[in-house]
Design a protein around this ligand. Sequence first.
Ligand code: SAM
Ligand code: SF4
Ligand code: SF4
Length: 326
Amino acid sequence: MELNDSYGRNINYLRLSVTDRCNMRCFYCMPKEGIVKKEHGAVLSYEELLLVATTAVELGIEKIRITGGEPLVRTGIVDFLERIAKIPGLRHLALTTNGLQLAEMADDLYQAGVQRLNVSLDSLNPQVFSDITRGGDLSRVQAGLDAAEKVGFPPPKINCVIMRGVNDNEILDFVEMTLTKGNSIRFIEYMPAVKEDNWHQYSISGEEILQKIAGKYSLEQVDKGPFSGPSRDFRIPGARGSIGIITAVSGHFCSECNRIRVTSTGQAKGCLFSDEKTDLVPYLRPPDRERLAEVLRSIVSTKPERHSITTEGYAHQNFTMSHIGG
Ligand code: SAM
Ligand code: SF4
Ligand code: SF4
């Protein structure tokens, strides 16, 4: 079955967040302090998350990415992933992690049926990494990347949020990983998630990132896979890994959007930057599969054409990316 929205886009990808807790505090994602712990029962149980995932796949979703917060901090995550991987009709199961616990968990994740890992890594310099993440240990993430490959994963994709004056001097170092290590890199434009008045100061456009890379390397465009969605992908001829640019802010890539999102508390969103969200809890407690399917379908059919962050006077409610799942 195909799931299409009212602008003719095929929606085949669900980003499912399993927790909004995290063992890091990246400054662009979470406030330093003041994160209120969710009330007991506010977060969906694995049973409920599984029902959302199964229903979405029945409607036409083919790829699920498990995200968070940090998905690996939730107890029981490996068993849950194993159940998700077995959903009939699901073609692709991926997980986004900060990598801190990957060294210990990579084998279990692989055995559970996760096909692809994205690891968020914004600096290859231990001090800068620690500053961005407010205390994260780079060596643990690097050990996690190595462990993932040892147990059989393809080289994890690296998600890298580029911020002016913070890590934009490392763009070429990351690019070199596509040649030397075979990782694919996805450069993500910094988004105004934790609403700060000065967010523009960090902003560096995908175009500028691309120009920096093109100043040193020749690049060829890479054909997009069926689930790649709104990213522009390139490769240095001969490199094993590709280079993706996600111009969430500056680009008009919404025309290629293929995704919906569900948070760990059961809020479904058709667009990352829209304030519109639908509470799925009434259809999960008690479970009502038919209504749940209807509501998921309507989230797809009312999906906005595009975001309007770059329009003057744009205002969105403050949100933490850790709640939505990126
Ligand atoms: N904790 C996991 C991780 O860091 O990979 C998964 C959740 S995290 C919210 C998912 C992605 O969102 C990460 O790659 C992170 O870099 C990205 N992200 C968070 N806040 C962002 C922001 N303000 N702008 C751009 N990307 C952001
Ligand atoms: Fe945690 Fe990921 Fe957000 Fe960093 S980006 S604070 S690792 S959820
Ligand atoms: Fe899709 Fe909204 Fe992101 Fe555009 S801004 S790509 S419509 S989620």
